[in-house]
Design a protein around this ligand. Structure first.
Ligand SMILES: [Cu+2]
Length: 262
């Protein structure tokens, strides 16, 4: 009986210790890691480019150099995919379910997954800013676009960065160098032309296994991926509170047992 109690107590004590160790080892993971992404055209946009993702702990620096984009127009861009091991990838024309010749953002979503991070130039980077075209980078007159921003991401995103991919939106099928309603309204927002929101380029992390298994660390559960710094800090706070609560449980259990034994 005493031996059993000791074992159970040891297990209870070990759990928060393991959590604490897992957290600290993840936070001190060795040096920045770089991932290259080749962006290839979607919807015959003729857009292409390179994205570099540099991850230092949970500080993610995103650099994108693209060309062939609609000149002088904003290009919504996102990191899409799942941090829970689902097999998302870049769509091809087979995703064009209504056969109108354009893979819309909605038609692409089952293939490339939901927005995880909105790659805005400033302010919020959550999926809420997915269509914040006033904060998206604008292509130069020659159709090139340069982007760089460092974003604090969640540990989930840091752990699963190889499962995610970059998508740039905004196409110009009639080649008049602006977004118009030539191919109708956006499936996302009827006030916007389809040209403004349809995906133009997409790329996967090079060498990434599709739907790779989590690489070490503690499974952080089913909490929604939260790319914003604010939400990351919130999650960290929740984690700390959970640890404190777990430690408290052990102390209370010990005291109760001590009282019973006495
Ligand atoms: Cu997107």
């Amino acid at each position: 009986m005493t031996a059993k109690r000791t074992t159970r107590l040891a297990a209870l004590v070990a759990l928060p210790m393991a959590l604490a160790l897992g957290t600290s080892s993840a936070a001190t993971a060795a040096g920045p890691k770089g991932f290259q992404i080749d962006l290839s055209q979607l919807n015959n946009s003729r857009a292409s480019g390179t994205a570099m993702l540099s991850l230092d702990g949970t500080e993610l620096t995103v650099k994108i150099e693209s060309q062939g984009l609609t000149p002088g127009q904003p290009h919504a861009q996102h990191i899409h995919g799942s941090t829970e091991g689902h097999d998302f990838t870049c769509p091809d024309i087979t995703a064009d379910k209504d056969g109108d010749g354009i893979v819309t953002t909605s038609e692409g979503l089952p293939v490339y997954g939901n927005i995880n991070i909105s790659l805005t130039v400033d302010g919020d980077t959550t999926p809420d800013s997915g269509l914040a075209v006033d904060r998206m980078p604008v292509a130069e007159a020659d159709g090139t676009l340069s982007y760089e921003r460092t974003i604090t991401v969640s540990q989930d995103v840091a752990d699963h960065i190889q499962d995610l991919h970059v998508v740039q939106h905004g196409i110009d099928p009639n080649g008049n160098n602006k977004y118009d309603f030539g191919v109708g309204k956006s499936d996302l927002d009827p006030k916007l032309p389809q040209e403004a929101t349809a995906p133009a380029a997409c790329g996967l992390v090079k060498g990434a296994a599709v739907g790779s298994v989590p690489a070490g660390g503690v499974e952080t559960g089913t909490a929604a991926a939260s790319p914003s710094g604010v939400q990351s800090r919130g999650m960290a706070a929740v984690g700390a509170a959970t640890l404190v609560a777990a430690a408290g449980t052990v102390v209370v259990t010990r005291r109760r047992r001590a009282a019973q034994d006495g």
